[in-house]
Write a protein that binds this ligand. Structure first.
Ligand code: NAD
Length: 489
């Protein structure tokens, strides 16, 4: 990649104790749609994490003693300020991550705003339990208190969206935080830090250290004064975090990868199912943990489905993420693009058929994007269930379509992977929809739709897709300690 003039590079700084602090070393961040280095990100380590944890510890007393209403007002103010700059945030997220500006403008940034408003509201509505034991002359009640300094680690696919999904409940509950976004997507988190003072967030309540997982992330995970870690990312990293945090018995919330099936029965409404399943496969370049990557279609409609699915996929334009007619932007990195392409090559080597996309259709890019990390949405058929394309998380614009015969068979095949995050089921038979939903091993099942979320409800995965759930009540429970108190009169 070509290095732009250093004076024109954007330089991100750590946000510690309410101040921006330079770091002793920096790492390069790329614009995925051009392949250029455009930004320098602090390469934080133990020292920076230490300073951030200290600032968060110092701020805890004051912040945790504020009333939920006071905290709620500050969260709402922060939401208003992000919303006021929505367009700038959307453009920055696109440039940093490769996603289209259109997607960032309608999904990422509005959701980041909503995360703050949602927890600003939900924190006001929790009640605790109370029971009486008249024979003993006792009454028991529970009280909830924030835990302390929360360590928050987020991935690159939905940068501000997922980071705020952690910061908002953590601080709404009265914790202070040290957050570490992905080193590949740091810019919108840094932009948000610039709004903290104006929103009235006291110094030290939100600290952000930028840098790699191995250095900054691990220093946070191993810090003895950080009793809980909320992590979203890959299963492999989660294993490492679990090991590293075990000596400290930390509380962990782990939101991990998926290999999500779509199950299409022969009575499905294909006019809804096809465009939604194209979207669930390719939205955000397929870089969403909830994206569909295995589509099981009942034998009787298989060939019609394939024909219509490929035609619909071909309507998706790939190219410059700022172009409003473009649906598929750039993948996060050169390495990731190679990895995703390799899955397609492996499938071909195993005898699968690539129906459209990678290696089959020409990809034409505007002159400025020739070195960007682009790939066409790719549909693969005739893949074996044991193939790595059907077993491993690809996390790119690739989806596999295979036929099935019976309900019993498809449930078993859909469950036949190590992951268990999400599934979609398409059928007009309400009994079947319930039966299948109950038997699928995953944390979320959408029937006849995808990605319709109510933040009140639990979000999270089974098996290798995670531990714990997030949502109004679940996040409240994760970010607070409960105590049972008994009074004898
Ligand atoms: P990743 O695991 O490589 O990195 C995630 C974060 O962890 C980054 O901030 C990274 O710097 C940090 N990290 C890496 N090694 C670390 C270590 N040893 N100690 C502490 N922190 C460390 O994941 P990614 O590639 O950024 O994101 C993609 C993955 O995230 C996919 O598997 C995807 O499915 C998953 N994801 C899951 C959800 C969900 O809600 N379940 C949502 C989005 C993404």
């Amino acid at each position: 990649p070509t290095m732009a003039h250093s004076e024109s590079l954007l330089v991100v700084e750590n946000f510690i104790g309410g101040k921006f602090v330079p770091c002793s070393s920096y790492i390069d961040a790329y614009n995925p749609s051009t392949g250029d280095v455009y930004c320098r990100v602090p390469d934080s380590g133990k020292e920076e994490v230490e300073a951030a944890v200290k600032a968060a510890k110092d701020a805890f007393q004051i912040w945790s003693s504020r009333s939920p209403l006071e905290r709620s007002q500050i969260l709402n103010k922060l939401a208003d300020l992000i919303e006021h700059d929505l367009e700038a945030f959307a453009e920055a997220e696109s440039k940093d991550q490769g996603k289209t500006v259109k997607f960032a403008r309608t999904v990422d940034i509005p959701r980041a705003v909503h995360n703050f408003r949602f927890f600003a509201s939900s924190i006001l509505h929790h009640v605790t339990e109370c029971t009486e034991m008249p024979a003993m002359g006792c009454v028991h009640y529970t009280s909830r208190a924030p835990v302390g300094v929360a360590g928050l680690i987020s991935p690159w696919n939905l940068p501000l969206y997922l980071l705020t999904w952690k910061i908002a409940p953590a601080i709404a509950c009265g914790n202070t935080v040290v957050a570490k976004p992905s080193e590949m997507t740091s810019v919108t988190a840094w932009m948000m830090c610039k709004l903290m003072e104006k929103a009235g967030v006291p110094p030290g309540v939100v600290n952000v250290v930028f840098g790699t997982g191995a250095k900054a992330g691990e220093a946070l995970v191993c810090h003895p004064d950080v009793p809980l870690i909320s992590f979203t990312g890959s299963t492999l990293t989660a294993q490492r975090i679990t090991e590293k945090s075990a000596p400290h018995c930390k509380r962990l919330s782990l939101e991990l990868g998926g290999k999500n099936p779509a199950i299409v029965f022969d009575d499905a409404d294909l006019s809804q199912c096809i465009p939604t399943t194209v979207r669930s496969s390719f939205a955000n370049q397929g870089e969403i943990c909830l994206c569909t990557s295995r589509i099981f279609v009942q034998r009787g409609i298989y060939s019609e489905f394939l024909k219509r699915f490929v035609a619909e996929t071909k309507k998706w334009n790939t190219g410059n993420p700022s172009d409003p007619t473009v649906d598929v932007g750039a993948l996060i990195s050169k390495e990731h693009l190679e990895k995703v392409r390799n899955y397609v090559k492996k499938a071909q080597a195993e005898g699968a058929r690539v129906l459209c996309g990678e290696g089959v259709d020409p990809l034409t890019l505007p002159p400025g994007n020739q070195k960007g990390y682009f790939m066409l949405p790719t549909v693969i058929a005739e893949v074996k269930d044991e193939s790595c394309c059907m077993q491993e998380e690809i996390f790119g614009p690739v989806t596999c379509v295979v036929p099935f015969n019976t309900e019993e068979e498809v449930i078993e095949r859909a469950n036949g992977v190590k992951y268990g995050l999400a599934a979609t089921v398409w059928s007009r038979n309400v009994g079947r929809v319930h039966r299948v939903a109950h038997r699928l091993q995953c944390g979320l099942v959408w029937t006849n739709c995808w990605l319709v979320r109510d933040l009140n409800l639990p979000f999270g995965g089974m098996k290798a897709s995670g531990i714990g759930r997030e949502g109004a009540k679940d996040s409240y429970e994760f970010f607070t300690e409960v105590k049972t108190i008994t009074i004898k009169h």
